[in-house]
Write a protein that binds this ligand. Sequence first.
Ligand code: PNS
Length: 161
Amino acid sequence: MRICVYPGSFDPITCGHMDIIERIVDMFDRVVIGVLQNREKQPLFSLDERLGYIRRCTPGYENVEVEAFDGLLVDFARAKNALYIVRGLRAVSDFEFEFQMASMNKKLYPEAETIFLMTNTKYSFLSSSMVREVGRWGGCLRGLVPGEILPDLMKRLKNSL
Ligand code: PNS
């Protein structure tokens, strides 16, 4: 059984994340979306909110589960019996961090492979931090975050000022 972990902060989930998820559900038997609890980088959205938003966007996928993790990604991947770690790459600027992370994860968990998927170019400018910034000031997030959570997210972000 091919199992992958798709890890991230998902603060919040964007259409760029969804684009990756829609593609990997057909590539793997099981997709575990791992949401980092993130004690150092204080996220805007609580862990429950981030998990809830992702779950609301992925109800139709039988092979997807959404779970929180803390500590090392490789420990989470091992616990899930996942031999693949999926990351999206938007631009060259992502490369350095991703290269370091993949190399470190390879050292810690040699059996696992990091698989990079190029994000659809229509989302190459998109990030969770951009979504937070635009949403905070009342900008329209249509096409940037999944429709299932758009109204709630826009309301929530406007209230975060
Ligand atoms: O969405 P993000 O913030 O780019 O995701 C980063 C994430 C969660 C994949 C990364 O920070 C992570 O794996 N953190 C867990 C701690 C860890 O394993 N660090 C060692 C790898 S360098």
